[in-house]
Write a protein that binds this ligand. Structure first.
Ligand SMILES: Cc1cn([C@H]2C[C@H](O)[C@@H](COP(=O)(O)OP(=O)(O)O[C@H]3O[C@H](C)C(=O)[C@H](O)[C@H]3O)O2)c(=O)[nH]c1=O
Length: 179
């Protein structure tokens, strides 16, 4: 497993171990030693996945303190454009965003607490797995609007949940809160 830094502080791109043979593909998505060696969290408390139709945007989500969490995200079917926004007021990349394509083959993204996460489904369906280091707390389940982060999403009329469409903008969040 290779761990590569990105343009956002603490956000890492992971190249997973992949073995392919005549039966298909095997992908290792977690290795305790590799994670510890790179200072990544290993105490995941919940794991879940979503299946999205093409042109769905989910996000930009984060958990508020004290329920904030580190997140390990990868794709097991299809392809997405994964987007992260740095909401940590003390971070050198505060308010900056990152967009990276992830597909079912080998990459994963590690997102530290204090960042908002979202993605656009690029394939007809996209299955995305999330592993997080906190137990879900509905009262701490927050977000900023996907179209307020200064990123030009490559989609017209995306499918967005009512909740995601009514989050406050990144600027309003920046002016009223901090992580
Ligand atoms: C995370 C979670 C959600 N829920 C409930 C809340 C909603 O009624 C329903 C779907 O949740 P939500 O609309 O937040 O799901 P997504 O929009 O796919 O959010 C996910 O995708 C974006 C990109 C992320 O980064 C979030 O971490 C991840 O939760 O499940 C629970 O009951 N337990 C849970 O742990």
């Amino acid at each position: 497993m290779k761990v590569n830094a990105t343009s956002l502080a603490g956000v890492q791109l992971l190249e997973n171990f992949v073995s392919q043979d005549k039966r298909g593909t095997f992908v290792k998505t977690f290795h305790l030693g590799a994670f510890q060696e790179h200072g990544l969290a290993v105490d995941f408390r919940e794991s879940y996945y979503s299946i999205s139709h093409k042109n769905v945007i989910r996000g930009m989500h984060f958990q508020l303190p004290p329920h904030e969490h580190d997140k390990l995200v990868y794709v097991t079917q299809g392809a997405i454009l994964d987007v992260v926004v740095d909401l940590r007021s003390g971070s050198p990349t505060y308010l900056q965003h990152l967009a990276v394509s992830l597909d079912e083959h080998n990459q994963a993204i590690y997102i530290p607490r204090g960042c908002a996460h979202g993605f656009l489904a690029l394939s007809n369906t996209a299955t995305v797995v999330y592993n997080v280091t906190s137990v879900y707390e509905p009262k701490a389940d927050a977000g900023v609007r996907w179209d307020s982060i200064g990123f030009k999403w490559p989609v017209q009329n995306p499918i967005v949940s009512d909740r995601d469409a009514t989050f406050k903008s990144l600027n309003d969040f920046h002016l009223t809160s901090c992580l």
